[in-house]
Design a protein around this ligand. Structure first.
Ligand code: CP3
Length: 343
């Protein structure tokens, strides 16, 4: 494998000392970019995901404009249920829509653990094309949703403030819920291993809705499956686990073999370091809404955030995905505050 020229991100994942921390942004390929909106007007969501020329172009768009230290492949966590024979649509101005959600044990009969290259080969093609475009300048991140977060959509059938139907399913039909979680886990492991073979340099597991569960239920319905994924991947690549609202699990996560843990903005740097034991690389945790503040204030806040986390074992990021309508110059202030950081 050839050497990556800017390896700040990989060095932070290995826990090595760096001049400044690396920076990237969750959902950095997105709606705040005019060049993304141009492609979005012409092609629907899954066409963008399934066409390697489009997916790789969208992946490198934010890099060209801002020079982040890592790229994340343009795709979606919901390509997994799709490949498992659960229909997923992306409705404009609405979000994910699953016309035939899983609501009772017999619905599981149609759910398969697919052959990855048959059903998701387009993702591997997009990775290979993106690696060519990146030309080993920076690393490429691959990702998947956590099994729990994927179950949330499979059962709820759409986005939700509390995923009440998903939780009801888990608590009334725990056996079926665990069978579904295991099928998603098995698929996700195969999928991420193929992504590594195709060339990604690290993978992130997004547990966006883990914080919906109590700490006890989190262990049972989310964490044990993420742990299986970490166990299966940690010898092949770096695994980053991001659990939104999951600060209560940072101590267990820190023992898992993951290279880094994502933190959201409701947990202070000090508390995150304390809970995770002080040795593991942390990633986060700027409030995405704070990118609406004026650029001068963003610069100050980012510099302060780096001081609080410390420049080593730290990856600058948002605490969740970037919002639409963020002014371009505010994103620039966020990225440049990291690049200009001096001790
Ligand atoms: O980070 C990146 O830039 C890479 C691309 C990426 C997308 N989705 C593209 C996308 C990633 C990493 C995701 C992950 C994802 N998808 C998550 C986990 C991260 C998170 O935000 O919590 C979740 C929960 C989803 C499911 C999903 N996809 C939702 C809820 C929505 C609709 C809401 C929204 O953000 O628009 C999507 C659609 C989606 N995925 C868009 C993009 C750029 C916007 C729709 C479009 O472009 O047509």
């Amino acid at each position: 494998m050839s050497q990556i020229k800017n390896d700040l991100f990989l060095r932070a994942l290995r826990g090595e000392s760096v001049q400044r921390p690396p920076v990237w942004m969750m959902r950095q390929a997105g709606r705040y970019l005019p060049e993304f909106m141009e492609i979005k007007e012409k092609y629907d969501f899954f066409t963008r995901c399934r066409t390697p020329e489009l997916a790789s172009e969208i992946t490198v768009q934010p890099i060209r404009r801002y020079g982040m230290d890592a790229a994340i492949l343009f795709s979606d966590i919901l390509v997994i249920p799709q490949a498992m024979n659960i229909e997923v649509e992306m409705k404009p101005n609405f979000g994910p829509w699953l016309p035939d959600p899983i609501r009772e044990p017999k619905d599981l009969e149609r759910v398969v653990v697919p052959d990855i290259n048959d059903s998701l080969g387009y993702v591997m093609d997009a990775i290979k094309m993106t690696k060519e475009k990146l030309n080993d300048e920076i690393p490429l991140i691959g990702f998947a949703g956590s099994p729990w977060t994927i179950l949330c959509y499979c059962v709820q059938g759409q986005g939700s403030k509390n995923f009440d139907k998903a939780k009801e399913f888990c608590f009334t039909e725990p056996e079926a819920a665990h069978a579904l979680l295991q099928k998603i886990t098995d698929t996700t492991i195969l999928y991420l291993k193929e992504k590594v073979k195709a060339g990604v340099n690290a993978v992130q597991v997004f547990d966006s809705w883990g914080g919906m569960l109590s700490p006890t239920d989190y262990q049972e319905f989310s964490w044990q499956y993420i742990q299986q994924i970490v166990d299966a991947l940690k010898h092949e690549t770096h695994v980053i686990v991001f659990g939104k609202g999951c600060w209560f699990a940072l101590n267990v996560m820190a023992q898992s073999g993951a290279s880094a843990l994502g933190v959201d903005w409701t947990c202070s740097a000090r508390n995150a370091r304390y809970l995770s034991g002080g040795n593991i690389t942390l990633q986060g945790n700027f409030d995405p809404s704070r990118l609406f503040s004026p650029p001068s204030e963003i610069t100050k806040m980012v510099t302060q955030m780096i001081r609080e986390f410390g420049k080593d074992r730290y990856i600058v990021n948002l605490g969740h995905g970037i919002l639409p309508n963020i002014p371009l110059e505010n994103v620039e202030a966020f990225i440049n505050a990291v690049k200009d950081y001096k001790e």
